[in-house]
Ligand binder design. Structure first.
Ligand code: IPD
Ligand code: CA
Ligand code: CA
Ligand code: CA
Length: 261
């Protein structure tokens, strides 16, 4: 597997932030938390990882802009390139000592996602994708699962937490989907849900009310692993609408129908 220079830059930055996050996992001082809203926390680890990613990525590609969960948007001098960064996806898991979280970095060029990295520093699983170049888990090329019928499928979802809208909508979707699939999972890190679809561990995933940084890298992983991805209305405005439905072509089609109702 040959990685482009820019993907190497992303991998180096993400691994550096990930090594520190792994050391800090479970350490009391990293658990200093503040709440951004009901059910929405930020820890010292989120901020530290964001600092590292910002410093590393801007050192190697000084002109690129950023959209980052904790800092927000940082304009660059290069209007064509933008990093989309979630420094710690799965903060609630991190806080509870559950080893299911990741660092997610996507790169947009002229409005198109061209590279993505999702890294779980606890399992040492590094997911990478480049537009047209396939998706990988460490050195292994990925392909979405082959199951074609929802009755055989394991599907992940997101459950709106306290302070989020769309609780009723979620209950309706779950009501339609739950009796028709072989299993439903809620892992709590959207970037890993997408990476798991790309690697064939999960057959599909749907969620609403996500942000561009939850989705960017993972969307590219699923596409490059041969999967189908749309927003919850069946369009391709996933980043703008913050919703996603994905799987292989057959599972995506069946799941989307049930999500739409
Ligand atoms: C959260 C996770 C979670 C999803 C939430 C996100 P964070 O991201 O991706 O799975 O359900 O909507 O906010 O805040 O842990 O980076
Ligand atoms: Ca957050
Ligand atoms: Ca996130
Ligand atoms: Ca986050």
């Amino acid at each position: 597997m040959a990685r482009s220079p820019v993907l190497n830059v992303m991998v180096q930055a993400v691994m550096k932030a990930g090594r520190a996050m792994r050391r800090d996992f479970g350490e009391v001082e990293q658990l200093q938390v503040s709440a951004k809203g009901p059910g929405d926390f930020v820890t010292a680890a989120d901020r530290k990882a964001e600092e590292t990613l910002f410093a590393e990525l801007s050192r190697v590609r000084p002109g690129y802009g950023f959209v980052m969960e904790e800092r927000g948007e940082v304009a660059g001098t290069d209007p064509d390139h933008r990093w989309i960064v979630d420094p710690l996806d799965g903060t609630t898991n991190f806080l509870h000592g559950i080893p299911m979280f990741a660092i997610s970095v996507g790169l947009e060029r002229a409005g198109q996602l061209v590279a993505g990295v999702v890294f779980n520093p606890i399992t040492d699983e590094l997911y990478t994708a480049e537009r047209g170049g396939g998706a990988y888990l460490n050195d292994r090329r990925l392909r979405v699962a082959a199951r074609r019928d929802l009755v055989d499928a394991v599907i992940a979802c997101g459950v709106p937490h306290l302070g989020r809208p769309a609780h009723d909508l979620f209950r309706e979707e779950l009501g339609r989907i739950q009796g028709r699939v072989s299993g439903i999972r809620r892992f709590g890190a959207a970037s890993l849900d997408l990476a798991y679809v790309a690697s064939g561990r999960l057959d599909g995933f749907w969620e609403r009310d996500l942000k561009s940084w939850d989705l960017a890298a993972g969307l590219l992983l699923v596409r490059e692993a041969g999967g189908f991805v749309t927003d919850a209305a069946g369009g391709d405005a996933m980043l703008a609408r913050g919703s996603v439905v994905c799987g292989n072509e057959a599972i995506h089609g069946q799941l989307l129908k049930l999500v739409k109702g």
